[in-house]
Design a protein around this ligand. Structure first.
Ligand SMILES: [Zn+2]
Length: 89
């Protein structure tokens, strides 16, 4: 029988389907009896599904927004030092 820490150590492998049949059986046996690991297993699986289904759209958008903002600030700072004539003319 696995302990909680052993279950948690293998949990991500289990969710990725990268464990042997024996480990899988041990994990499932433990999770079916342990309330703590049930909750952790459940929320981890749900989080993974949300991330997978949304194709991690929200996080990259936030990151790209921050990157864009920092680039804009740099461009704005650089433009301020330029002579006041339009680069497109
Ligand atoms: Zn447990």
């Amino acid at each position: 029988m696995y302990s909680c820490s052993e279950v948690l150590a293998e949990l991500s492998n289990y969710l990725d389907d990268e464990v042997t049949a024996e480990i899988r059986r041990e994990l499932e046996q433990h999770v079916s009896h342990c309330r703590t690991c049930q909750v952790i297993y459940d929320s981890t699986r749900k989080t993974l599904r949300i991330v997978t289904e949304s194709q991690s759209f929200e996080l990259p958008e936030d990151v790209s927004m921050r990157v864009t903002k920092s680039i804009m600030n740099k461009v704005r700072g650089a433009t301020r030092q330029d002579p006041p004539n339009s680069p497109t003319s």
